[in-house]
Design a protein. Structure first.
Ligand SMILES: *Cc1c(COP(=O)(O)O)cnc(C)c1O
Length: 432
């Protein structure tokens, strides 16, 4: 009997009650370390020959492991590694692919901290970015690829414009150049979109957002499709001898690719970045995100429906200059192709008037919460240029119509009439 459908996996994948006192809910293994039994078993554990045993929670923890296996199953990946935040997932992925120096191609209309990191921080480590203003400007991307280009990085649905990346075409371009396509799939979540089905190689998430769905803790995860060939010579960090994988006493030499094959990339993030730099996910946080994940499909279905209603309401409101939500663009072929179940629960719009109207709108909402987060069960409102996208420079904002009049909404699970009425009354007050 096949038990591999999304709605079954999100509740059961990666967890065996019979190995856990038949506990129905995934136990929180709140411990720093695990007993090693005896020296013989200890040797096997540290060499990874006892897959169900653990030694230290920075190297792995059973509660966190369930989350990793569950997301890998939902995504159709070979394995996943969980970390303390979405930014850690992005950072470790970029370091792991371009370690020692290189170039990455990325669009400019991405999450503010990602853009800040790519523009101003990674170059200090010898990793430089070639930016594109239009994620689907394929000719420009091809022209930017150089010998030391290590990856193409995109957001499947951009924050906050909800512009859609043509993942299948981008994956084709990347693979022709012998480099992987890395996708931040935070906005849609694996329920609405699975980038591996269209050829992406690595998916990163801020699982703080829609995967958790309740805004109660930070977490991030990297998922590896396991299909990319890392042995071309472009990625020596994955093919060179790795001391901790070999055996000095027996003169055995191993690299991440020789030892782990398809899982080389994800194993290396775990064994080098999480083990050596930290930012491991805690077991309580893993428990919370697993709990949220159990209802992802029902949450997203309702949130998408409410988001469409709100986008349509805003499009007809006299105080609104423009609505940004690709979910209502019926003539957009990328929506039809990639997002049959909807584009997600985030939209933005441009308010007429000036910043005093923005302030009055925000000050007058009663159901919406004013805070910098998305994907919560609660509906959220934020002014990106003053908060989440502060780090985006003025020229980039102009290119993406991201001015001080733009408001971003993340639609939660409240009654749709209450949400629409809340916006209606706050929009009236914003201009009185
Ligand atoms: C929030 C967010 C991040 C960063 O995640 P954290 O969990 O806050 O570190 C990265 N990418 C996108 C698209 C996000 O929305």
């Amino acid at each position: 009997m096949a038990q591999d459908k999304f709605d079954t996996l999100r509740i059961h994948a990666g967890y065996k009650p019979e190995d856990n006192q038949f506990a129905s809910s995934v136990p929180i293994y709140q411990t720093a370390a695990f007993g090693l039994s005896n020296t013989e078993v200890a040797n096997e554990i540290v060499q990874g020959k006892q897959p169900n045993r653990y030694d230290y929670s920075r190297d792995g923890n059973p509660t966190v492991r369930v989350f990793e296996k569950r997301i890998a199953a939902l995504e159709g990946g070979v394995d996943a590694v969980a970390v303390g935040s979405g930014m850690s997932a992005i950072s470790y992925t970029i370091f792991n692919v371009a370690e020692g120096g290189g170039r990455i191609i990325a669009p400019t209309n991405i999450y503010g901290s990602s853009l800040d990191e790519f523009r101003n921080f990674f170059p200090k480590f010898g990793i430089d970015f070639d930016f594109i203003d239009d994620v689907n400007d394929f000719d420009r991307i091809k022209a930017l690829i150089q010998d030391d280009t290590k990856a193409i990085y995109v957001e499947s649905v951009a924050n906050p414009s909800t512009e859609i990346a043509d993942i299948e075409t981008l994956a084709g371009i990347a693979h022709n150049a012998g480099i992987p396509l890395i996708v931040d799939n935070t906005f849609p979540t694996p329920y609405l979109f699975r980038p591996f089905e269209y050829g992406a190689d690595i998916v990163v998430y801020s699982s703080t957002k829609g995967i958790n769905g309740h805004g109660n803790t930070l977490s991030g995860i990297v998922v590896d499709h396991g299909k990319f060939d890392w042995t071309s010579g472009k990625f020596p960090q994955l093919t060179e001898d790795e001391f901790t994988l070999g055996n000095e006493e027996t003169d055995d030499h191993e690299s991440f690719t020789s030892k782990f094959g398809a899982a080389a990339f994800i194993k290396r993030i775990r064994m080098k970045y999480v083990r050596l730099l930290g930012s491991n996910l805690g077991p309580i946080d893993a428990y919370l995100v697993l709990l949220g994940l159990e209802t992802i499909s029902e949450r997203l279905d309702k949130q998408v429906a409410s988001t469409i209603t709100i986008a349509k309401f805003l499009s007809t409101n006299k105080h609104v200059a423009r609505v940004y939500y690709s979910g209502i663009e019926h003539d957009n072929p990328l929506v039809t192709k990639y997002f049959p179940k909807g584009v997600g629960s985030i939209l933005s719009f441009e308010l007429k008037g000036g910043e005093t109207n923005i302030a009055k709108l925000i000050d007058n909402v009663k159901v919406f919460s004013y805070l910098p987060n998305i994907g919560d069960a609660k509906s959220l409102i934020v002014n990106p240029t003053r908060t989440t996208h502060r780090e985006v420079p003025a020229d980039v904002r102009t290119k993406h119509a991201l001015n001080n009049q733009v408001i971003r909404l993340s639609i939660g699970l409240e009654d749709i009439d209450d949400l629409v009425n809340d916006l209606k009354q706050a929009l009236e007050r914003a201009f009185n």
